[in-house]
Design a protein around this ligand. Structure first.
Ligand code: UGA
Length: 439
């Protein structure tokens, strides 16, 4: 919405939320999320044509277009628990829109929802006899965290799904007019509603599938002395395969991939497509396997016991340039390391507050330390889980000197210079490559 406000000074954009705390943060210089470049752009538009408010009912009534961007977590209860999407917030929002709208509205699905959810939305919105007309559009979001600004300002594509009726097409054109302020026409794709809804899930499923695929190859590389980075490079230069999303790691995280694939699996099961469901479910199973494999590699390398050993954890966010830790591999990995009775010293430039919440109530010894040099004092090993660029710049001789020997480093992202670390004296365990040890 900030980018829309920046690019379309002729539109008034109001972001509403039921949380006053969150809205207050949006109205301050301390935004509720960390995203490079965002504060700058908020400051450019806030108070001019960008507003943050808790007056939901008034804003619904005043708006011509309403973007529904509420969260759609995985259901934790009842039918479909663990897989299906919990649509309660979407439904509550639809009811609130219906109660407060006194003029026709275009309602845009921004949240990621199951295919055919627009139908449910339309049924609720038109469920009594008032004369207000609602046109539903699907406009899924493809931006990624950390690169959100670039992804919004120069998107690969903008997808808009609509009904193929005169009013559906007219609403689609109204939304297209907004994006045409800065997005070239050839990057705007229009489809029917169901294709648009499904494309969002499929895009994330394909991206996650690439990561699981390369992670399976990483495990094969580790036992065959092949190098996964070399394999990625060799296959990625085939333009049919492409080079992106082929970095092996400790597994994918984030609020979307697991949730969206499980949602896809649930949909396939719902339509009795058992084999298709099993295919996609395997992407998640391999991800779980990859996180566990990382823990086992640490355990095996460190003489099959971590009891009382100190480990520094470099990075807790699910990826760099964000403080977000939702479904971060670090959560699973740290819990497992604590189960093995390791003592953890976790460091991360932005995610320590979230890390504290994620590990609250878990038994074991955990410290949260901002300064990476302080975090390695007296540790036996380092587990690098998030590839923050600052970890490349550290003085590893200084770090080595502060550690217990033999010193181990488990580079879960192949982020560091392994040869140089080995020369300093570290026993180095990359992903998908043979270890470099002095043992
Ligand atoms: C993902 C998609 O990339 C966006 O297009 C989509 O809009 C978004 O989900 C969403 O549905 O909201 P995001 O979760 O922010 O974006 O982050 P990604 O860059 O996709 O990374 C996801 C995870 O995959 C991270 O844990 C990252 O470390 C991991 N990853 C990524 C790898 O392990 N290897 C790679 O080569 C790439």
């Amino acid at each position: 919405m900030t980018i829309i406000a920046n690019k379309c000074p002729d539109y008034k954009v109001t972001v509403v939320d039921i949380s006053a705390e969150r809205i207050n943060a949006w109205n301050s210089d301390n935004l509720p999320i960390f995203e490079p470049g965002l504060l700058d752009r908020v400051l450019r538009a806030r108070g001019k044509n960008l507003f943050f408010s808790t007056e939901i009912d008034r804003c619904i009534d005043e708006a011509d277009i309403i973007f529904v961007s509420v969260n759609t977590p995985t259901k934790t209860f009842g039918e479909g628990a663990g897989k299906a999407v919990d649509l309660q917030f979407v439904e509550q929002t639809a009811r609130r829109i219906k109660e407060n709208a006194r003029s026709n509205k275009i309602v845009v699905e921004k949240s990621t929802i199951p295919v055919r959810a627009a139908e449910t939305l339309a049924t609720i919105l038109h469920s009594d006899n008032n004369s207000v007309q609602f046109e539903i559009l699907s406009n899924p979001e493809f931006m990624a965290e950390g690169t959100g600004i670039r992804d919004m300002e120069t998107p690969d594509r903008i997808l808009i799904g609509s009904k193929d009726t005169p009013s559906g097409l007219a609403a689609r054109d109204v939304l297209m007019d907004i994006y045409l302020h800065w997005v070239p026409k050839e990057r705007l794709i229009t489809t029917n509603l169901w294709s648009s809804e499904l494309s969002k899930l499929v895009a994330n499923a394909f991206l996650a599938q690439r990561i699981s695929s390369i992670n399976t190859i990483a495990s094969l590389c580790e036992v065959t002395e092949a190098d996964v980075a070399e394999v990625s490079r060799a296959i990625g230069m085939d333009s049919r395969i492409g080079a992106k999303f082929l970095n092996a790691g400790p597994g994918f995280g984030g609020s979307c991939f697991r949730k969206d694939i499980l949602n896809l699996v649930y949909l396939c099961e719902h339509y009795q497509l058992k084999e298709v469901a099993a295919f996609w479910e395997q992407v998640v199973s391999i991800n779980d396997y990859q996180m566990e494999r990382y823990v086992r590699r640490i355990l095996q390398a460190m003489f099959n016991t971590l009891v009382g050993k100190k480990l520094a954890v470099f990075g807790f966010a699910f990826k760099p340039d964000t403080g977000d830790t939702r479904d971060a591999p670090a959560i699973y990995i740290c819990k497992r390391l604590l189960e093995e009775r390791a003592c953890l010293k976790i460091t991360d430039p932005y995610a320590l507050d979230n890390a504290r919440k994620d590990l609250q109530g878990i038994d074991g010894s955990v410290e949260f330390i901002e300064d990476p040099y302080q975090s390695v004092e007296g540790v036996h090993g380092i587990a690098l889980i998030t590839e923050w660029s600052l970890y490349k710049e550290l003085d590893y001789q200084k770090i080595f000197d502060r550690m217990v020997k033999p010193a181990f480093i488990f580079d879960g992202r192949n982020h560091l210079d392994h040869q140089a670390l080995h020369e300093i004296g570290f026993n180095v365990y990359p992903v998908g490559k043979p270890a470099l040890t002095h043992l």
